[in-house]
Ligand binder design. Sequence first.
Ligand SMILES: NC(=O)C1=CN([C@@H]2O[C@H](COP(=O)(O)OP(=O)(O)OC[C@H]3O[C@@H](n4cnc5c(N)ncnc54)[C@H](O)[C@@H]3O)[C@@H](O)[C@H]2O)C=CC1
Ligand SMILES: O=C(O)CCC(=O)C(=O)O
Length: 420
Amino acid sequence: MTVTTLTAENLNPFKIAQRQIEHAASLLNLPKEAVEILKHPKRVLSVTFPVKMDNGQVRVFEGYRSQHNDAVGPTKGGIRFHPDVTLDEVKALSMWMSFKCGVVGLPYGGGKGGVICDPREMSKGELERVSRGFMEAIADIVGPEKDIPAPDVYTTPQIMGWMMDTFSRLKGFNSPGVITGKPLIIGGSKGRNEATARGCVFTIQEALKDMGKSPEGATVAIQGFGNAGRIAAKLLAELGCRIVAVSDSRGAIYDPQGLDLARVEQLKDQGDLSAYGASSAIQPEKLLELDVDILVPAALENVITSANAAQIKARIVAEAANGPTTPEADEILFGNGVKVIPDILANAGGVTVSYFEWVQNLMNYYWSEEEVNLKLKTAMTEAYRAVQDLATQYKTDLRTAAYMISMERISKAMEARGWV
Ligand SMILES: NC(=O)C1=CN([C@@H]2O[C@H](COP(=O)(O)OP(=O)(O)OC[C@H]3O[C@@H](n4cnc5c(N)ncnc54)[C@H](O)[C@@H]3O)[C@@H](O)[C@H]2O)C=CC1
Ligand SMILES: O=C(O)CCC(=O)C(=O)O
């Protein structure tokens, strides 16, 4: 008799990122030292900083900045404000940034930051003081030629503006290139706010084309209704898709006939999607299992695991979020013929336009929105095609192919520098 021991799936994002690297490395012929280097961030800074809250009390916040690999160029990646931020999450997010930049061929390595806090419970003044406090705490290791932050979960253009201002004051000169995703008036790029979603939609269009399907009438469920999810909903609806379900941190709504997006947006602005109507409310986790053509996870990590992957009915899973699918779930989805457009490709539009913003800051010359969007379309479409071609060649999934392209690129840069 054989006894099968079921071990719990390891949901630690850092361990997951390392497994993804090892899996892609098994199909490549890279120096083993290069693979070992890629499995760890080069530098991690852990900080605490005091902030005076509105009630007069001082609260000490904790945050991190992880810089994964700078062989290709300075490190780049967002800053997350969320109560569940952990050091291992930030490390993984910085690793995913390196591979994301590699997929779209940007001259950057990966970085990421996070502060353990809940902006939904802070006043505007408290949020500003936390933002400035964190930038002051990490100022020594960031900069336009070192490490360039940007927005991520629960951080906004306004927060980028405050952080840029703090950095500039510390240095004694205006330094717009230290951070991207800024308000337009202080050096932001046209198109950056929509870029993550727009890039994701370009990849969905390519996937649909390969399947011989049209976006017209395709049904879509979107988890997360913030920068990535909300704008993806709008852009997909403009292409003729039917958005049947959306969710946020408070709940999910579903209408098989298609949601009235203008009303959903209005309710989100008022802070309560559930006011859409009781008959449309569904269990948030059920959104992932709806019978739709396209599923867009656009919230947090580890939402598609071995526990629900077999129940996913969507034909395309476009990962606007970072790390929504575990390796075990990837295997199940691939086996079931579900096309997963991996985070490091699907959401690379954000950092691509961040790169355009940084370039514009450095040359002090600004582009039209049309120019930005056209350059973004070219970058995303070419990246998608390269990843799809390699996946076909190796009979593997798109995530593995995307890792292979990036790891090869970073490894070559490390060799050229004499690191390995
Ligand atoms: N903002 C950007 O440029 C980029 C963002 N991403 C990724 O996209 C994802 C979403 O980020 P943003 O849209 O920027 O953040 P955001 O802060 O603008 O929006 C997050 C949304 O997720 C919702 N949410 C939070 N917890 C949830 C849960 N448990 N279930 C359902 N919804 C939940 C929130 O209510 C909010 O609607 C993250 O994984 C982020 O790393 C990736 C690339 C770039
Ligand atoms: O725009 C950027 O630099 C990075 C955005 C980001 O954090 C991400 O792609 O996950």
